[in-house]
Design a protein around this ligand. Structure first.
Ligand code: C5P
Length: 221
């Protein structure tokens, strides 16, 4: 039987950093489901799919093959055989992912892949609906959040460190818009599962959050 840790929460709460570290400490595989929605977002962009038109999005889905590979312990995402790991990190890909992840058929395709990955190996999986929809029976569920300002500042620093241009006010606005879209959509809106542990990382550093989650996991394993 595999063991699953589901980590959900809003954009920029530190989910991927934390999930990656927790997975490394426990020897689990880390699965970043947001990267899969981002890769689909890129597919729609690259192919000029009108993403206001749900039927057009649905009709295009079969042309996109998203696959994950673990290279040197890190997840690499491929879209139709091409490595898109760098391209999925732009704000444009994030907004496109948020918009098109509202469509049920797009979600269905990716959720099936995610469930298959988690069925056969120990995983730390992060996203928006992991504890509520993808892995409702996961033995450990975490809802990781932080204030909007804290999250915007973190993403701002991340972009600057990568040498990219960044505008703090614009990032905060994007985060608010993305949260609103993710929490108010009809299908699988972002919400804390009833049995998820709430962790607010506003006043905790990464080590503290990681240790908290590893401790919970060891209690349950
Ligand atoms: O986590 P990340 O910011 O990379 O996710 C990009 C977008 O993908 C989110 O804003 C959300 O709309 C969508 N997403 C989702 N369900 C998931 C993971 C991500 O709807 N499990």
């Amino acid at each position: 039987m595999s063991f699953q840790i589901a980590i959900d929460g809003p954009a920029g709460a530190g989910k991927s950093t934390v999930a990656k570290r927790v997975a490394a400490e426990l020897g689990f595989i880390y699965v970043d489901t947001g990267a899969m929605y981002r890769a689909m977002g890129l597919y729609f962009l690259d192919n000029g799919v009108d993403t206001d038109d749900e039927a057009a999005v649905n009709a295009s889905l079969d042309g996109a093959e998203v696959t994950l590979e673990i290279v040197d312990g890190n997840q690499v995402v491929f879209l139709n055989g091409k490595d898109v790991n760098g391209r999925i990190r732009t704000e444009e890909a994030g907004m496109m992912a948020s918009k098109t992840s509202a469509y049920a058929e797009n979600r269905k395709k990716l959720v099936a892949m995610q469930q298959k990955i988690a069925a056969s190996q120990n995983v730390v999986m992060d996203g928006r609906d992991i504890g509520t929809v993808v892995l409702p029976d996961a033995p450990l569920k975490i809802y990781l959040t932080a204030s909007t300002r804290t999250r915007a500042e973190r993403r701002y620093k991340e972009l600057l460190e990568k040498g990219q241009e960044a505008d703090l006010a614009a990032i905060e606005k994007d985060i608010e818009q993305r949260d609103y879209q993710d929490m108010h959509r009809e299908h699988s809106p972002l919400r804390r599962a009833d049995d998820a542990v709430l962790v607010d990382s506003s006043d905790l550093n990464i080590d503290e959050v990681v240790q908290k989650i590893v401790t919970y996991a060891k209690e349950k394993m």
